[in-house]
Design a protein around this ligand. Structure first.
Ligand code: PMP
Length: 390
């Protein structure tokens, strides 16, 4: 048989998968591993797709998505961030933010182009860059900066081949949020070095201290930014696979080519649900945000009390406790915690080398589950202490 694609064969399998498989084979596991809301999609949103099905909307939509949904996305971006995108040629409805990321990389990258990835980062960025023929270059956030990225850290990584920067604030996995002023420094850098920016804003609604900034609203940035967003997190719609991109016309035209050949369109029924999700957001999202904030407050305090120093995440639904004092690698910590106490967390190292020394624990679980998890984690920490004392 002839060989398969070298590029694909050389990709490392996702480090998260191994833990899911292990956790899946065990009973009574509390999973703080997955990056998804514990809410079910609001009922009115589900109903909108039943209605669309009843009315027989079972055909393809326009490649870029239903016009009504693109109009809602336009209104949303305008209302939330005071930025204007054209419904006709600057918005694409995608099958999840995941597809939006793929479109962005494939549209920007020529073979050998370098993309600076702000780390710790979502696990898909580097493999998607490699699949598109690019080279991911890590720029590490430091805990002492609250996991914000410093412009000088990025600048040190820029070469003649650098094409773009990708980041996500509020962050998966650290939960950190960069202020508008901090992001403005990155905008200066993008202008100075003529770089594109891929701003993954999938957690923009889940920001607990201050409103998240849309990077494209910074001076000069609308022209060089691809905004990636989606319905999975804010609207508890991970399984529906619905997202969108906002980018200037020239970039959107290219991304649309990739989308129309590779995907045709996002599922039509799901797009009807998306329209309702955006229209009803003021009724549904605030309750979920309030609940995440309460759980964050409880969980971060409890982790600190259990002996795991944890900064207070300003957004998303992840805590990123420091486990370095235990003397274990993040992978060993996660594995031993799972085997000894049946609590699943994700080793920080899967989010890039700078995630070593940390684990990611999602607090999108019920308070009762979080309390039980803390109980087990505390017991695990005591066992570790006893072990080192012997
Ligand atoms: N970006 C980030 C930072 C994420 O955490 C996720 C989901 N875990 C995605 C993108 C992909 O989201 P979607 O479900 O919309 O494809």
């Amino acid at each position: 048989m002839k060989s398969l694609s070298e590029r694909v064969e050389q990709l490392a399998p996702s480090g998260i998968r191994r833990f899911f498989d292990l956790a899946g084979s065990m009973e009574d596991v509390i999973s703080l591993g997955v990056g998804e809301p514990d809410f079910v999609t609001p009922w009115n949103v589900r109903e909108a797709s039943f209605a669309a099905l009843e009315q027989g909307y079972t055909a393809y939509s326009a490649n870029a998505g239903l016009v009504e949904l693109r109009q809602e996305i336009r209104n949303y971006m305008h209302e939330k961030f005071a930025i204007e995108y054209q419904v006709e040629d600057e918005i694409i409805v995608t099958t999840g933010a995941s597809e939006g990321l793929d479109l962005a990389f494939r549209t920007l990258i020529n073979p050998g182009d370098e993309i600076i990835v702000v780390e710790p980062a979502f696990v898909s960025y580097a493999p998607l860059i490699e699949l598109a023929g690019g080279i991911p270059v890590a720029a590490a956030c430091r805990p002492e900066d609250g996991f914000a990225i410093l412009p000088e850290t990025i600048e040190a990584k820029i070469t003649a081949r650098t094409k773009a920067i990708i980041f996500c604030f509020p962050s998966n996995p650290t939960g950190s949020v960069m202020t508008r002023d901090q992001l403005a420094d990155l905008a200066l850098l993008a202008n100075k070095h003529d770089l594109y920016v891929i701003s993954d804003e999938i957690y923009a609604e889940l920001s607990y201290e201050e409103e998240a900034t849309c990077f494209a609203t910074l001076p000069g940035m609308r022209e060089r930014t691809i905004v990636i967003n989606g319905f999975s997190k804010a609207f508890a719609m991970t399984g529906w696979r619905l997202g969108f991109t906002c980018a200037p016309k020239e970039i959107t035209e290219c991304m649309l080519k990739v989308h129309q050949y590779g995907m045709m369109c996002a599922p039509t029924l799901v797009q009807f649900a998306g329209i309702e999700a955006l229209r009803s957001r003021h009724k549904t999202v605030p309750d979920m945000v309030r609940s995440y904030r309460q759980r964050r407050n409880y969980f971060v305090k409890a982790l600190n009390e259990a002996g795991l120093p944890t900064h207070s995440p300003g957004g998303a639904f992840y805590a990123f406790p420091y486990i370095g004092d235990t003397g274990l690698t993040s992978e060993a910590f996660a594995e031993q915690l799972l085997l000894a106490e049946r609590v699943a967390v994700v080793p920080g190292s899967v989010f890039g080398a700078s995630g070593e020394g940390y684990v990611r624990a999602s607090y999108a679980s019920s308070i009762e589950q979080l309390q039980e998890a803390i109980h087990r984690i505390s017991r695990f920490m005591q066992q570790l202490e006893q072990r080192t004392a012997v």
